[in-house]
Design a protein around this ligand. Structure first.
Ligand SMILES: O=c1ccn([C@@H]2O[C@H](COP(=O)(O)OP(=O)(O)O[C@H]3O[C@H](CO)[C@@H](O)[C@H](O)[C@H]3O)[C@@H](O)[C@H]2O)c(=O)[nH]1
Length: 487
């Protein structure tokens, strides 16, 4: 084929964790739905089964099969992991997390061989695969990093990394101002990640990520301009010093019909129709949706308090109580299910989250502040009760409550990866946050109004001519230009 007519070939390599694979599969789909783009996705066999239905649907929608999955075998036993442990949601201990990262780094050579064979025009890879930048460099291909989070949290973490404001306070609970940001953002040392406060094996990984970012062509960000304009500008002008950070989200909005939404992440253990049917019989705006993301994070004592808060709040709810079948601790009060029958739906596995959030019956979202969940909540126009646990979630909380003012804080104060290191938040606090979120009054109405307005803006951003759609056009043009200049 004449090289001028050859479709642009973009290769995606997501980190094998639901919070990273799901948005990156959406991005791959957005590219595949553009004419003249060929898409490759690199992953492992188990993870391929989770995205296959999305790829098949994309082919149906676009009318051509332009997406191919390329499989790499994760060397689990070589890294000290049980065979088949191919996704972070299968990892249960801190030691296993480090082994998981080791296994991923062992993919460097097989990935290089694959790239040599495929010769794509661009590699979009997860930040946690920093060595992909060296492969890209070797073949003179631009590499774009995907961080999976907001401009806001990228700006906050860069400011903390650069100025270390947490070192100037006397205690873990004394607030400090995050320097040189567009808004006065206060945090405490106990809310920032352990690997930033002190040196841990994860600090080394973060340093490699930063180094790779600096060597990369740019970054793709799952956000939209109107959500955080000051931070888009700040990131481009003050942090990276160029406009090579493209906002193309909310990427979840590329799933337009119910089937796409229900199959997203493809771990659906419950019947999505049954869930929708349950929601159909509720009053608009009456249901609280409670979900803490894709990982196994909450201990039995905390789940008990959540259950009691839900019961005593006496409002309809959907509660995603993940992995509780593997728990030895007691996590549900005796008789809870019988007493809340008809009022609440407990999902013990994977929930069709985007579908739930977009149902008119849902009036509030209790969330752990994973960026995907927050952005999905924003896109659905739903106000939130924020309950950060670890990663950059405390930072995301600030955006929702202090900058956008569409959320109520539940009151989590301490960053902790392990449930046992976290203080249990009592039912009274949880009930207070739920009442503020779902109740009446000027403040609650104003939150709902703003959330709904942002939801509309999000939808406009991804429509043709919207800010995210235009930035995706710009990104595709820039990749093409890179290829022409490299010739
Ligand atoms: O039952 C479920 C649970 C989750 N999801 C989806 O899974 C994703 C979860 O992503 P996120 O909300 O970001 O949470 P985590 O899985 O915890 O994500 C990790 O990765 C994110 C992106 O980097 C970070 O923002 C988080 O802090 C980090 O914990 C979202 O798309 C959800 O819609 C479902 O569809 N059903």
């Amino acid at each position: 084929m004449d090289s001028e007519a050859r479709p642009l070939h973009v290769l995606f390599f997501p980190m094998m964790a639901q919070g990273h694979m799901i948005p990156m599969t959406d991005i791959a789909k957005m590219f595949a739905l553009r004419e003249e783009v060929q898409v490759s996705i690199v992953t492992t066999p188990l993870n391929a089964t989770r995205i296959q239905s999305t790829i098949d649907r994309t082919a149906q929608l676009s009318g051509h099969h332009n997406t191919t999955i390329h499989l790499l075998q994760l060397p689990c036993s070589e890294a000290g992991l049980p065979d088949g442990c191919e996704n972070l949601d299968m990892v249960t201990t801190q030691d296993m997390i480090m082994a998981f990262f080791k296994a991923i780094s062992l993919l460097h050579h097989p990935f290089e061989q694959l790239v040599e064979r495929l010769r794509p025009d661009c590699i979009i890879s997860d930040m946690f695969l920093p060595w992909t930048v060296d492969v890209a460099e070797k073949f003179n291909i631009p590499r774009l990093a995907f961080h999976g989070t907001s401009f806001f949290s990228l700006c906050v973490s860069e400011s903390i990394r650069k100025h270390s404001p947490h070192e100037s306070v006397a205690s873990d609970t004394e607030p400090f101002l995050v320097p040189k940001l567009p808004h006065p953002i206060e945090m405490t040392r106990s809310q920032i990640p352990e690997h930033v406060r002190t040196r841990t094996p994860f600090t080394d990984i973060e340093e490699k990520v930063k180094e790779a970012d600096l060597k990369s062509y740019g970054e793709v960000v799952n956000s939209f301009y109107e959500l955080e304009p000051d931070y888009v500008k700040h990131y481009r002008e003050e942090v990276i010093g160029s406009d090579r950070a493209w906002h193309i989200g909310p990427v979840s909005l590329c799933n337009k019909d119910e089937k796409d939404m229900a199959e997203r992440g493809n771990k659906a253990l419950i019947d999505a129709n049954q869930c929708m049917h349950w929601l159909d019989s509720r009053e608009p705006g009456s249901v609280i949706y409670v979900c803490f993301g894709s990982l196994f994070l909450i201990g039995g004592a905390q789940l008990m308090e959540i259950a009691l808060a839900l019961e005593e709040s006496d409002r309809p709810f959907i509660w995603v109580a993940k992995n509780t079948d593997q728990m030895e601790e007691k996590w549900m009060p005796d008789g809870f299910e019988q007493r809340t029958k008809g009022k609440g739906l407990i999902i013990r596995g994977w929930a069709p989250q985007v579908m739930i959030l977009n149902h008119q019956a849902v009036g509030g979202f209790v969330t752990h502040c994973g960026w995907n969940s927050l952005l999905e909540g924003v896109a659905a126009g739903v106000p939130m009760a924020t309950w950060p646990l670890f990663a950059e979630q405390f930072c995301n909380e600030k955006l929702i409550t202090s900058v956008l003012r569409i959320g109520v804080e539940v009151g989590a104060k301490v960053w902790a990866k392990d449930a046992k290191d976290r203080q249990v938040i009592g039912r009274e606090e949880i009930k207070r946050a739920m009442a503020q979120l779902m109740g009446g009054g000027d403040e609650a109405d104003e939150r709902r109004r703003k959330a709904s307005e942002l939801g509309e803006m999000a939808k406009r951003a991804v429509e043709k001519g919207g800010s995210s759609s235009l930035d995706l056009d710009r990104l595709i043009d820039d990749i093409k230009m890179y290829g022409q200049q490299a010739k």
